[in-house]
Write a protein that binds this ligand. Structure first.
Ligand SMILES: NC(=O)N[C@@H](O)C(=O)O
Ligand code: NI
Length: 164
């Protein structure tokens, strides 16, 4: 794990592809429904539900803001399912993820979603917890419920700086 600061980068589908999907209407397959009164942006991310008696959960996270530069103390992952976050406001936030090598987080990436972007973090992908910036904000979260432990945490020996 590096001790160099992690520089925040824009969120793009390509850059995020190793970690999951970007949830956005941009470039999405869409079609009119309800006699043309509604446009459906269809099937935007791959929800993964593993383990025993899995079921999808819909929750709302009301997050407190973090200051930058951020001293990241830990990352976590959900071995039994994906976890999607879609913002319910236009507050800035960060999506922090890490590559994995032999079950340990390695290279960290910090993404700044643009307005209208959410993420679906793929099953068993290391990530920082929800990280709003500047002000409290709410996010619709779709993740996995069911039997078994769906949370694995990794604490760094020394915090890792994340900054613009
Ligand atoms: N633990 C929990 O529900 N939230 C975290 O998984 C997170 O990614 O914020
Ligand atoms: Ni999580």
């Amino acid at each position: 794990m590096t001790d160099r600061p992690v520089i925040i980068e824009p969120l793009t589908a390509e850059a995020f592809a190793p970690f999951g999907q970007v949830i956005t209407t941009e470039g999405a397959h869409h079609y009119p429904i309800n006699s043309g009164m509604t446009e459906r942006y269809h099937d935007l991310a791959r929800i993964e539900l593993g383990g025993v008696h899995p079921r999808p959960l819909i929750s709302i996270f009301h997050g407190q803001p973090y200051a930058l530069p951020l001293a990241l103390k830990m990352v976590e992952r959900h071995p039994l399912g994906s976890q999607a976050f879609y913002p319910l406001s236009d507050a800035p936030w960060l999506v922090i993820v890490a590559e994995d090598q032999g079950g340990m987080p390695t290279r960290l990436r910090a993404f700044a979603p643009a307005a209208g972007q959410g993420v679906n973090i793929a099953m068993n992908t290391w990530h920082g917890v929800l990280t709003p910036l500047e002000r409290e904000s709410r996010y619709l979260v779709v993740d996995r419920g069911g039997d078994g432990n769906n949370l694995e945490e990794h604490f760094f020996e020394t915090p890792i700086e994340i900054r613009r």
